[in-house]
Structures are given as C-alpha cells and as structure tokens.
Design a protein around this ligand. Structure first.
Ligand SMILES: CC(=O)N[C@H]1[C@@H](OP(=O)(O)OP(=O)(O)OC[C@H]2O[C@@H](n3ccc(=O)[nH]c3=O)[C@H](O)[C@@H]2O)O[C@H](CO)[C@@H](O)[C@@H]1O
Ligand SMILES: C=C(OP(=O)(O)O)C(=O)O
Length: 464
C-alpha cells in the first residue's frame, strides 16, 4: 500500500509549474477518435492514472496511440472495435466520454457504466437524452449501455436539465459528425468545454458558443487529426494556492490562467491572501491571519466543486466560523470525517458544512476518500502538528502529477512511500520516436478495488 507522509510546519516558497488539465485532456483524447484522417498530436498531457486509462480505452478501439514526455499522438483512421473493455471503463467516470465519438464515428457502441470517485450518484441521463434526440436507440442492460443509430446521427435541439460538463462534451463531440445543426441549451461553460471546442474546430468541426450556455454545432462529414496544446489545470493550480496560503507561504504558480480561477482567487483575497496575476502565472503570498468566508459550489463561473475540500482545509485555520455549501455532488463531504481525525471542528447539516476555524490541527493517519479529499488532507497535514500519513493515494494519482515531489520542492517535509507492486504487464502503447528518451508507461498492476466505491454510489442523496 502506498502512502504520503507529511510533517507539518514548513512554510512553502518558490515556483511550481502547473501541468495540463486532466479534465480537458480526457475529453480531448476521447475526441481524437473522431478523426478519420491524419494524426492528432496532443501536447501538455499530464501523465496521470486517468490519462493512462483513457489512453488504453482509445487504444482498445483500434486507434494507434504513441506516448512521449507530455505528448500523445493518436491515429484513429481505422477503428476496429466499439466496445471498450469494462475493466477500463469502470476505472473512471470520464470513460463515458468515448460514447459520443464512437456513436458518431461507427454508429454503434456498447459500454459499461463508468466508475470514478464515489462523490455522488453521477447519473448520465442527460448524455443519453442527447444521443436519443439525435436519433440513437439506447438499450440499458445490467451494468452496461448499448446504443446504435441507422446511418448518421441527426442534429437536434437539446435542453440539458442540469448544466452537465460531461453531457455537454459528449453531445458536442457526437454532434460534430452529425447531419445538420445541434443546439445545446443550458450547456456547461467550464474552460475545459472551450478547450474541447477549440480542438474540435481545429479538426474541422463547426462549434460556436462554447463558454456560453448555448452551443451550436453544425455537423460535418469528416474530421482530421491536428496538433493541440491542453490548457493548464485550474484545479491543480488552485490546490497549490491553498497549500501556499495554509502554510503562510509565498509561491509563484507558473502557467495558470488566472481568469479560470476567478472565484477561487476572489475567495482567497476575501480571506486576506495576496494574489497577483501576471502573464504566465500568479504569485500567492499569505502573511497575515486568515478570515473565515462562506463558500457555495456552483457550475462555472461559480466556485468549483473540485476545490471545495481543499478550501475547507484552509477554512480550518482561519479565524471564525465558515459555511461551505456543496450543491453539485450529494456525497462530497467524505473528507470531513478524515479532517475530524486531525482535530478539525466541522458539523455537517445536509449539504452544508459548518467549520469552526482556528482549532490547532494535529497529525493523524487519514485516508483519501476521493481525489480532491486526498489533496485537501495533504494541505491540512502541511500545517498540522506532527506527522500525518495519508493512504488512498490511488485517488490522488488520478489527478495530480507528483504532488509529493512538487510540494517537497517548495520546502514541505513530505515523502511518498510506495510498497512493492507485482511486475507490470508490457506496455500496450508504443513510445513515440523522438530525440528525447521516450517515456513508456506501463499499465498499473494494482488490484482493482471498487467494491466500497460502487456500494457508496448506490446510497440515496441525503439532501435530494
Ligand atoms: C472528467 C471531468 O471533467 N470531471 C469533472 C466533470 O464531471 P462530470 O462531467 O461527471 O460532472 P457533471 O457536470 O456531469 O455533473 C454535475 C452534476 O450533474 C448531475 N448529472 C450529470 C449528468 C447527467 O446526465 N445527469 C445528472 O444528473 C451529476 O450527478 C452531478 O450532480 O464536472 C464536474 C463538475 O464540475 C467536476 O467535478 C469533475 O471533475
Ligand atoms: C471529480 C473529479 O473527477 P472525475 O469527474 O474524473 O471523477 C475531480 O477531478 O475532482
């Protein structure tokens, strides 16, 4: 079992470079299978576990995928399958994003229900509603979905009941190869949607309005591979902002687009953190006591749910009482119980958590119950008295490249201890031919542990 060990009390300083965004690269790699000509060269690819999983998913469909340092090259000219292996699909939520591209490209798809962090029910009804409106027939089986369409998908007007990021992306990708015009109303507006639209448009698609709540897609007959650089990861950047603020540090966060983090930056400034944006990043300095603030998660441009738990860690060390309201996912307070082991004073009432700041945190053995919970526990451990041990690192590896190494470079006392794993199978993906030594990443040979997460996904929302 791997764990991250942190000794609290060190102030962070220096510069940290932000990787490409997980939530942008996953739909972009899924969209790469839409290209029936040429090759896609995707740059600034963070080599995270989720990215390696989607790489295997698209390779399983017959695409040729080569991987270099922070680059993936995909040739999807000939797809040979439309049923990605369920053991890959069930590893993460984002694997459902190949459904739209496959349906549009091959007219048929069979896919398992996706997995991912147990932060809520995470329905996919809006994805399916969109495909149905475009003429696809959908059959739900025991744990899988089958869908087919006679000929091409047809453009349609689709109103999303919730501004779902994944549904917007899936429908946008499918509509790019559909016959006629598709309109998505109440579309999600996240920067990752805009990045996907830019990639699709470079491939030859006609997507207009991405970043607003109405997106229009005029379908085209074919798309071709192109070069695209992924936007920086706003959640990774936000996490380092919190880590800096919680330690009273002074760190330059390089590569982040400050506009993408406007709500997080506003809240940190309200708390008394100094944030100065420059052309290529933001400087975060925290040199005075922090004030408590209330935070409510909302779709973009509201405060991101993916920053809620990290923000909560900062509120633990602020003066006064704060209320954090989670409106996106009904089970995203699992970190509260873990924070409590560190002496945090938090009460949960439905979808609100009431935090009494200022109680000194003490080091403890805690478990990352999901990806961002893991990051939040690391942040809290950076200021806790004594040593903390954070297990559940497989969650953290889904979204952060070398978080322990990056924090250690900023002065934190942190190390990762990896237990020996069984020899991994040979890489299913060829290394890219380049001057640089190619990185051949092998598929992780760690047992697949999802029983607990699946069970938790079936719980009823507490605030439905
Ligand atoms: C890979 C990726 O990009 N993941 C992000 C994406 O997840 P994801 O795309 O899964 O999130 P959605 O925006 O779809 O989900 C938001 C809410 O809508 C609900 N819903 C969604 C789809 C649907 O068909 N029906 C439905 O009811 C979900 O249960 C959830 O309560 O956006 C989330 C919200 O910003 C982020 O936390 C995730 O990090
Ligand atoms: C919830 C997240 O990701 P996913 O949708 O991939 O589970 C996240 O990035 O915090």
């Amino acid at each position: 079992m791997s764990k991250i060990i942190v000794r609290g009390g060190r102030r962070l300083s220096g510069t940290v470079r932000i990787h490409g965004a997980k939530n942008a690269v996953l739909p972009i790699l899924a969209a790469s299978v839409l290209a029936s000509e040429g090759e896609s060269v995707i740059a600034d690819v963070p080599l995270l576990d989720d990215v390696l999983t989607i790489r295997e998913v698209i390779a399983s469909l017959g695409a040729d995928v080569q991987q270099g340092p922070e680059t993936m090259i995909i040739r999807a000219n000939r797809l040979t399958a439309n049923e990605p292996p369920s053991e890959l699909v069930r590893k993460m939520r984002a694997s459902i994003l190949v459904m739209g591209p496959l349906l549009a490209r091959t007219g048929q798809v069979r896919i398992s229900l996706p997995g991912g962090c147990a932060i809520g029910m995470r329905a996919i009804d809006q994805h399916l509603k969109g495909f149905e409106a475009m003429g696809a027939e959908i059959t739900l089986g025991q744990g899988f979905i089958e869908s087919k369409v006679n000929g091409r998908l047809k453009g349609a007007k689709i109103y999303l009941d919730v501004a779902s990021v994944g549904a917007t992306e899936n429908i946008m990708m499918a509509a790019s190869l559909a016959e006629g015009t598709t309109t998505i109303e109440n579309a999600a507006k996240e920067p990752e949607i805009v990045d996907l639209a830019n990639y699709l448009n470079a491939m030859g698609a006609h997507v207009r309005g991405a970043g607003t709540d109405v997106i229009r897609i005029e379908g085209v007959e074919r798309l071709q591979g192109v070069r695209h650089t992924v936007i920086p990861d706003r959640v990774e950047a936000g996490t380092y902002m919190i880590a800096t603020a919680i330690t009273g540090g002074d760190v330059f966060i390089e590569g982040v687009i400050a506009d993408h983090l406007a709500p997080v930056i506003s809240k940190l400034q309200e708390m008394g953190v100094s944030i100065v944006a420059t052309d290529n990043g933001v400087r975060v300095t925290a040199d005075k006591p922090l004030k408590s603030v209330d935070v409510k998660t909302l779709p973009y441009p509201g405060f991101p749910t993916d920053m809620q738990s990290q923000m909560m860690s900062l509120l633990l060390v602020s003066d006064g009482t704060s209320v954090v309201t989670e409106t996106i996912f009904e089970n995203r307070f699992m970190h509260v119980e873990e924070f409590a082991k560190m002496n945090a004073q938090i009460k949960v009432d439905g979808r609100a958590a009431i935090i009494t700041g200022g109680a000194p945190l003490s080091g403890a053995k805690v478990c990352a119950t999901d990806l961002r919970a893991g990051a939040a526990l690391i942040c809290a451990a950076l200021v806790a008295d004594g040593e903390s041990e954070i297990t559940g690192t497989h969650h953290i590896d889904r979204g952060y490249v070398n978080i322990a190494g990056k924090l250690a470079a900023l002065g934190a006392q942190i190390e990762r201890v990896d237990s020996a794993v069984a020899p991994a199978p040979a890489a299913a993906v060829a290394p890219v031919a380049s001057q640089e030594p190619a990185v051949v990443t092998v598929v992780e040979a760690v047992p697949f542990k999802r029983e607990k997460e699946v069970a938790m996904m079936n719980v009823q929302p507490t605030w439905a």
